[in-house]
Design a binder for this molecule. Structure first.
Ligand SMILES: [Ca+2]
Ligand SMILES: [Ca+2]
Ligand SMILES: [Ca+2]
Length: 137
């Protein structure tokens, strides 16, 4: 028998059609450097045009039964132009490649375009340092 199960789900937001693929990609790392593992959850089909998003669930020592705090990331939040159908979050990887004790989040957007459509998809990979401040639960 499982001990305790916590369920997280994406909010529908402004999307009016279909599922978002929430949870289709996952990466574990300490993104805010507080010594607790966090979970990045990909939602590559978020939005009506499948722009994609990532949600960071921050780890907490007293998280049982409470919202762990989330940080939604979109291309706009990353300072990038929002292009339709990018599928941001279709691939996720956590790595501390500068060895500073905080994991960076590597995010794939395989159908991202160089500019606004109808330019062909080229794909992008983003190397993201998640903000050190964690939203309140
Ligand atoms: Ca953490
Ligand atoms: Ca969608
Ligand atoms: Ca780092």
């Amino acid at each position: 028998m499982p001990g305790k199960v916590r369920v997280f789900a994406a909010t529908a937001g402004t999307q009016t059609s279909g599922g978002n693929g929430y949870g289709s990609t996952l990466a574990v790392g300490d993104f805010n450097g507080d010594g607790l593992d966090d979970v990045a959850v990909g939602e590559p089909l978020a939005g009506d045009t499948d722009d994609g998003a990532i949600h960071v669930l921050f780890g907490r020592t007293s998280a049982v039964g409470t919202n762990p705090g989330t940080l939604p990331l979109t291309k706009v939040a990353l300072g990038q132009p929002q292009t339709s159908g990018s599928q941001l979050g279709a691939a996720l990887l956590a790595v501390d490649h500068d060895n500073d004790g905080r994991d960076e989040l590597i995010i794939g957007a395989p159908l991202s375009t160089a500019d606004t459509p109808p330019q062909p998809a080229v794909g992008h990979v983003y190397d993201v340092r998640v903000a050190a401040t964690c939203p309140a639960p």
